[in-house]
Design a protein around this ligand. Structure first.
Ligand code: NAD
Length: 302
């Protein structure tokens, strides 16, 4: 293997330790800690497991954490009422609504009801606009793209002047990470190309990339011959390709694969993220970072 592995599991630990130290310092100086509310509607096992991990991480870094577990038949009005309550709650700095919501609830309406200054997921149109403007305007970069940028920077990969190719144009990964990488800012200043399902020659674009960020949701889409030797490859894809029995728990677990043919790609790339253990662990980590940031904005210390 020639590529250096960029492990999200290791970077997560570094960032969480930094957050723990900052929370302790703020508590001592200002007598407060960040407050995060997680709102879960229904009982989807996947959503429960995501929320549980968010709650566990919030506790670990010393946040005040409130859990709102609501039944599947909660009305849209009642959910909007909950959001209004936490918008007005001074002890809450971050509001997280676990997606997807049940079909009878308008997701867009709910996300738009969150106070943009507590929107730690960064999905509110105001925060999307702030991200586009860049610089001091940016409050809460969305968590997965923020995690991707953090991994590139902490791996020591040069971004200034680099050719970045983003595969995928979703609102939660492709569009925001593309926007972040071309900004006039540290960890950015790149020349960005976004490719998608209508792109004519995907391979030719990928082959130009110094930094290739793949978020398509198609297992093994990126072939080794599409990778420029020495490039930094960030594989965002998380695809369930089967099931196996966990050696640890004896329970059935999913076999996961990324969007890149990892085994072959690692012989060509300079840096590469594994799946699992790459970008995955960064999303919740950046949610914690955004929640801490929200309190710091409120205290006027950033
Ligand atoms: P999406 O389905 O919303 O968007 C996928 C994008 O990829 C689309 O814009 C589409 O145009 C493009 N695409 C799909 N097939 C393509 C092809 N054959 N050629 C070129 N472009 C193609 O997906 P998403 O929400 O952006 O997620 C993408 C992947 O990243 C999924 O596997 C998802 O599970 C994963 N993901 C991981 C994390 C994390 O690790 N924390 C977070 C979000 C998404």
């Amino acid at each position: 293997m020639s590529a250096k592995l960029i492990k999200g599991t290791e970077i997560r630990e570094q960032i969480l330790e930094e957050i723990i130290a900052e929370v302790a310092e703020i508590k001592e100086k200002h007598g407060v800690v960040p407050g995060l509310v997680t709102i879960l509607v229904g009982e989807s096992p996947a959503s429960i497991s995501y929320v549980t991990l968010k709650i566990k991480t919030a506790h670990r870094v010393g946040f005040n954490e409130i859990q709102e577990s609501q039944p599947d038949d909660l009305s849209e009005e009642a959910l909007l009422g909950l959001i209004d309550k936490y918008n007005k709650d001074d002890a809450i700095n971050g509001i997280l609504v676990q997606l997807p919501l049940p079909k009878h609830i308008d997701e867009k309406k709910v996300l738009n009801a969150i106070d943009p200054d507590k929107d730690v997921d960064g999905f509110h149109p105001v925060n999307v606009g702030r991200l586009m403007i860049g610089g001091d305007e940016v409050k809460f970069p969305p968590c997965t793209p923020a995690g991707i940028q953090e991994m590139i920077v902490r791996a020591g990969v040069e971004t200034s002047g680099a050719e970045v190719v983003v595969v995928g144009r979703s609102n939660i990964v492709g569009k925001p990470i593309a926007n972040m990488m071309f900004q006039k800012a540290a960890g950015a200043n790149s020349t960005v190309t976004v490719v998608h399902t209508r792109t004519k020659d995907l391979a030719a674009h990928c082959l130009r990339a110094d930094i290739l960020i793949v978020a398509a949701g198609v297992p093994g889409l990126v072939k080794p011959e599409w990778i420029k030797p020495g490039a930094c490859v960030i594989d965002v894809g998380v695809n369930r390709i089967g099931e196996k029995i966990s050696e640890k728990t004896g329970k059935k677990i999913a076999i996961l694969s990324g969007d890149v043919d990892f085994d072959a790609a690692k012989e060509i790339a300079g840096y590469i993220t594994p799946v699992p253990g790459g970008v995955g662990p960064m999303t919740i980590t950046m949610l914690m970072k955004n929640t801490l940031k929200s309190l710091k904005f409120k205290l006027g210390i950033i």
